[in-house]
Every structure is written in C-alpha cells, then in structure tokens.
Ligand binder design. Structure first.
Ligand code: FES
Length: 714
C-alpha cells in the first residue's frame, strides 16, 4: 500500500489536463501531432506522457513518483532535486538531451535560496525545471520521501523510510473584512489547495500555535501526522523534525535521536535505569511494590525522570531544539512497560501474569513527564504476553522471523530469556526464568561486564591450565603483553560471557562431568582443582582476589541454561520441529556470547555454528524502525496477535526438558554441528541417574508467585 503521505503528495497540486497516460508506450504518441512529451523517472521506472512545459515536480506527482517537497514548489526547501539524464535510452525508446529541460534560471543559480544546497551542478530543482522534450530524469535517494535509510551510526538494517509525520509549507490568504473566517479554516483551505490534505483536525494546543504563526506573516509550516492531524505549526518556513527511539531495559535505558525527514541518526545516549535502587532485577521491583504501598509511584517517577533526562541529553548532543521532537517510540519488557505507564505491575509477578493491556499504545510526551511539545506523541510497541513484552515485539520487527523460510530461533538472554521460534508460517513466543546468573549474580566471583572482568576463557586439555582475557586489555593472560596491558587494571571477577566459556571449557577439558560435577580426582593432576567444603572448585585466577569456579557456580549456570533450553525445546515441540536452522542471540549479553560456547554449554540447541550469530540490541533496533516507518507499526501490530504465546510455567513437559538440559551440553540430545568445529569429549556422568535425566535433584527454577520468594527478593 502506498504510504498516505505519499498519496497526499502525489494527489496534491495535480494540474488539470496535463496528465495523459501512465505507463503508455512512447511509440503510441506522435510528436509531430502532439504537444505531449514522454518522461521516464529513474530509479522507479515510472513513465508517461505530460504536457510540454510541465515542471518535473508536477510530472512526478501526476505519475505517482516519490519526489520530496516541503515548500510545495516555491524554491525554498531544496528537497525536490533531480538529475536530468542525457543520451539514447533504447530501453525506453527515447532520446533525452540537454534541451529536454529548460535552462536553469537565477532561482536555481545566483539567487538560489533553497535550504538544502544543490547537490552538484547537474542537480536541478524539480519544481523549477520544465520538461521541454522527451526526458529521462533521475530522482536521487536524498530527494525521495520513502527512500531507504542507510544506517551508519546504528548497527541496524537499512530501513524504508515511511514517516508518520511530515512537514508542509503553505501560504494562507489574508483575512478579508467582508468575509472573515477562522484562521484554522483558512489554513485548512490552503493545505487542501496546495497539498490535497483534507479533513485535518487540530487540537487546541496547535490552534494556539497556528494563530501565533499567522500574526506576522501568512507563510506557515505545519507538521501533519498520519495525514490526518496538524500537530505543530511554525511561522514561515521550517524544516526540522526529530524523533527518539528508546529501549527501556531493566538495567539500562538507551536512546537514539533521528532526523525524521532523512532517517539520519544524530545522537545516541544511554544511562542506568534508576529503578535499580529499588531492586536489581525485575521481580525484586515488583516485590518492592508489593511490600511498600505507594512504591509504584516512586518506580514510575524514577523511570519517567530518567527518560526525560535522556531526551534532554540526546537533544543536547545533536544540538537541536527539543521543541522539534515530535515522535518518541519506546520498547521494554512487560514490567518496565507497566511501571513506566503507571499501570499496576503486581499482576505480572505471578500466574496468570495478566497484562493490563497488550496493544500498541499512543500517548502524549507530557503525560509521561517528558518535557516536549503537547502534541509530541509517544508510541509504545505492543506486548505479546505477560512475560514477553514490547521489547520482544521490537526484536521481531528488527529480525523479521515471520519472513523466514527457515526455522529461526531468536533469543534475548537476560534474567528472563525471551524466546521466539518459527518461520513465515507460524511464530511462537515464550519467556523462561533464567535468573540473574548470566549477569554475574549468584556466581561467587561474578560481576557485571566492566573493566577488570574476565570475559574469555580457554583451558588446556592436558595441563588444565587456563588462559583468559579481561575487559580493558586485548592480550590473553598467557601472552607477554598481558602484564603490561593489565598494569592499571584490577582483575576483579568474571562476567556473563566469561562464565559461559569457563563452564563450557571445564566440560570440554574434563574438569566437570556432563552432569556438572567438578572432578576432585583431578587434584593429583593439577593444582587448579581445590577442595571447598565437600565439593571442589577450579581456580581460574590465582591472584588477589582469587577467582575460582565453585560447584555452586556450575550449578547456578546449569539451572539458568536448562531453563532457557527447556523453554526453547518447548516451543520447538509446539512448532513440531526437532531443529532450528539459525539462531540469533539478541541483547547486550547475546552480543558478547561466543556462538560456539553458547552451543557447547547447551544454552541453545545444536545448530550450524555459522548460522548462530549476535543480533545486537534488536529491541532498540525495532524501536528505531517503528520510529521511521508507519508501515512497520502496522506490520507489527498485525503480526503480534498471530503469535502463539506459550506459558512455560504451566507446561508439564517443561520439567522434563529442564531436567535433561541440566547436563552439559545435554543429557541425550546429539550435537553433530558442534562436534564438527570442536572436539567433544565422551559424555561422562558422575551420577548415573543424571544420564537418564534426573540431574541435580530436580531443582527446577520456578516462576515467582505473588509471594515473593527468597530467590527473587533482594
Ligand atoms: S519543492 Fe521546495 S524547492 Fe522545489
């Protein structure tokens, strides 16, 4: 479907009787008997007959070509630039020459006053260049409203720009004594005449702006949203509108500021989520609300304040007026979503995990405490289920597993892992309570991924000696440069990616059995194995502090990874598949996991390692896409209700999958792809029962109930 703004632009200003045929064969026209000329637009390929003397902009409108304009042909905006082509175009059956367009006059040369500079000497203003003969004319990407946005600053896919807000410049006729009309009606008339925009509404706040804008001059620029509502007005010509996409994570809040006209990213910033002071993880924040009447007000106020400050930071970094920010898109997990919107998050803390609302939400920026225009809209992507939120909707919009022929697994690993499995025929989604182990919590030497944290680990299969890398240094610990590079760094602990690698390496080196038991018998072979109470630990860093992987650490990782794997397997069962073709690991943590070790630990099922990859901040990318494209919003709103939600807490088979997945990589599943890239040891179980899937005493991680558990309460 053609975007509405494009339709309006195309419909606007259609000169009477100039339009002859669209997509006609040029041979049908007889130049000797007609004053029509044939024009071909590239790269769209749209072509047709127009009356000689028609401007390129008018011809583009008549033929439905996507050619930008804000000023409506007044030579002010400079957005309608085109490049006439010269040569024989056998494909189109025409010759296009210098004489096919009028010569540039002063308004395109010495007196040029367009806001956007002319790209090069062969660039012409489409609104001024008249077509004098058969013509092939190119519309450069920067002159297309719906161009593809090439992402540079953001590591996200290219996006087809489909702005929900567009600027329109117009001149409103002066009031006359004998026929007084309201300023709003006169503006509506001008927008209808110039742009074909009809039935526009304007809220009171904008009527005030319109009235002020028209006091000194009758020239005005308005911003129109969804082709239906005037949301801002400026005196004279104005060509700046911006939008912000924010991923509201439980740990960090990250945002991007973009130019809504060009799709260009102008600033990126982030900050810690201040709600951390109420609880490290999501459930502890719900517990805070449950145990502190009125606590929800504090949580809501703190995140709203952080978002307002982030908006200010982004505007400052981009050096723009925050009054020109007209759209904000937010994504977040269901609990962040509810706390931000002032909805009760307590029902999300226990079964049946009922959302207050799951549809996409539109509200105003000031309603959420953001210092911006009254009509700045905040759009929040839809939630999928009580544990699968707008952040997952954003990740789906970014990754588009619904367009994949292959079976795709998309997983965002955090304290709750969000999982999406399927292909173009059907998608399923669930979350699995992995707990905070992957973030370093519950691990004796665990820490967040900051300077000084061990992030990569290898263990020699013969000597059992480790080597590792720490954040802040490039060298491995066994390399000569390591000492120099870490002179000013204290090695303080091990972060999530390091934990995954060390446990997987311990399995590969035989330090732990497949059921995760540290082999005390190896003490005779290596001083790295030490006794700790009645179990054993593996010393990774024999320094100050001593960093060792204890039996409990291994157990914590087994519990976390088994919960994730079981959730994935449950969705695969429901989808009726025994494998996935590709795996995308989303989120900050997913971006740092080495795919080989994610598979070796049994975090995810076996898969062609080449097709296991990081997806970056897919949720944030989805927010950017929704910011720049109304079509994308409609797509995700239509897709989400079709996704089957699976509640792992109530699925009996989850328990079986969980128990089998406690083994590393798994009690029974085969790993042929993994075996093709690394040497897998024979699966050896310390406890015979574990081989049959009775590992670790059935300590399944359970979803919290409304009674805050010890585990989830900080
Ligand atoms: S349309 Fe604005 S300069 Fe041509």
């Amino acid at each position: 479907m053609a975007p509405v703004a494009a339709q309006a632009a195309v419909a606007a200003l259609a000169p009477q009787a100039r339009y002859r045929h669209i997509m006609s064969d040029p041979a049908d026209s007889d130049p000797a008997h007609s004053d029509d000329v044939h024009v071909v637009f590239t790269p769209s390929g749209r072509q047709g007959e127009v009356e000689r003397g028609t401007t390129v902009l008018d011809a583009a409108r008549e033929l439905g070509v996507d050619l930008d304009t804000v000023c409506g042909g007044r030579g002010i905006c400079g957005r309608c630039q085109v490049v006439p082509e010269v040569g024989e175009f056998a494909k189109h059956g025409i010759t296009s020459s210098e004489k096919s367009v009028s010569s540039p006059g002063p308004s395109e040369t010495t007196d040029y006053r367009g806001r956007r500079p002319l790209g090069s000497p062969d660039h012409r203003l489409g609104c001024h260049a008249q077509i004098c003969g058969d013509l092939v004319v190119d519309v450069p990407a920067e002159s297309q409203v719906h161009r593809q946005v090439i992402r540079k600053r953001l590591e996200v896919p290219d996006i087809d720009l489909d702005p929900v807000v567009r600027l329109y410049f117009t001149s409103v006729v002066a009031q006359e004594l004998d026929t007084p009309r309201s300023e709003l009606d006169m503006l509506r008339d001008a927008l209808s005449t110039d742009w074909g925009l009809t039935d526009l509404v304007a809220p009171l706040a904008v009527v005030q702006e319109i009235q002020q804008a028209l006091t000194k001059t009758r020239d005005v620029t308005v911003a129109v949203r969804d082709n239906a509502e005037i949301v801002a007005a400026w005196q004279g010509y104005h060509d700046e509108i911006y939008g912000i996409a924010i991923d509201v994570g439980s740990t960090t809040v990250a945002g991007h500021l973009l130019d809504l006209a060009t799709g260009e990213a102008l600033a990126t910033s982030g900050r810690m989520n201040p709600q951390i002071k109420f609880g490290e993880d999501l459930m502890s924040r719900v517990s805070y609300v449950m145990m502190n009447p009125g606590g929800e007000v504090d949580l809501t106020a703190s995140i709203r304040e952080a978002i307002d400050e982030l908006v200010g930071e982004l505007a400052e970094e981009a050096e723009i007026d925050r009054g020109n920010i007209l759209e904000i898109v937010l994504v977040g997990n269901p609990i962040m979503h509810h706390l931000l919107l002032g909805l009760d998050a307590v029902p999300l803390g226990g079964a049946p995990f009922a959302l207050a609302t799951d549809g996409a939400i539109e509200t105003s920026g000031p309603f959420l405490g953001i210092n911006c225009r009254d009509m700045t809209r905040v759009y929040i992507l839809p939630c999928i289920a009580g544990h699968v939120g707008a952040d997952t909707a954003g990740a789906i919009l970014s990754e588009r597993p619904d367009l994949s022929d292959d079976f795709q697994l998309l997983v965002d690993v955090g304290t709750n892992a969000e999982i999406v499995v399927g292909n173009r025929e059907h998608l399923l989604a669930a979350s699995s309570p992995t707990g905070p182990a992957f973030e370093g919590a519950q691990i004796s030497s665990g820490q967040r991924a900051t300077v000084g944290a061990i992030e990569r680990v290898r263990i020699d299969r013969d000597t059992l000696e480790p080597r590792f890398k720490v954040i802040g240094a490039d060298a491995w610990s066994n390399e000569p440069e390591f000492a120099d590079q870490t002179r000013k760094i204290t090695i303080t602990g091990i972060c999530g990616s390091g934990i995954i690698e060390v446990v997987a390496e311990m399995m590969l080196a035989g330090v732990i059995s497949a059921d995760g038991v540290v082999d005390g018998g190896l003490r005779a072979r290596s001083s790295r194995i030490i006794a700790a109470d009645r179990t054993f630990s593996y010393v990774l860093h024999d320094g100050e502090p001593l960093i060792a992987i204890t039996q409990n650490d291994v157990r914590a990782i087994q519990l976390a990874k088994a919960a994730l794997y079981a959730g994935i397997k449950l969705l695969m069962d429901k989808r009726g598949i025994d494998h996935v073709d590709s795996i995308r690991l989303a989120g900050a943590f997913g971006s740092h996991i080495d795919p080989v070790y994610a598979v070796a630990l049994g975090l995810v099922p076996d898969c062609d390692i080449e097709r296991v990859s990081a997806a970056g901040n897919a949720a944030g990318t989805g927010a950017v896409i929704a910011l720049l494209s109304g079509e994308a919003r409609r797509t995700i709103e239509a897709l989400i209700p079709q996704i089957t939600k699976v509640e792992t807490a109530t699925e009996a088979k989850f328990q079986d999958h969980f128990v089998a997945a406690m083994a590393i990589p798994h009690a029974s599943a085969e790993y042929p792809h993994l075996g093709s890239v690394i040497d897998l040891p024979e699966r050896r179980f310390t406890n015979a029962a574990a081989a049959g899937g009775d590992a670790a005493g059935r300590r399944r991680r359970r979803r919290p109930t409304n009674e805050p558990s010890q585990e989830n309460t900080q």
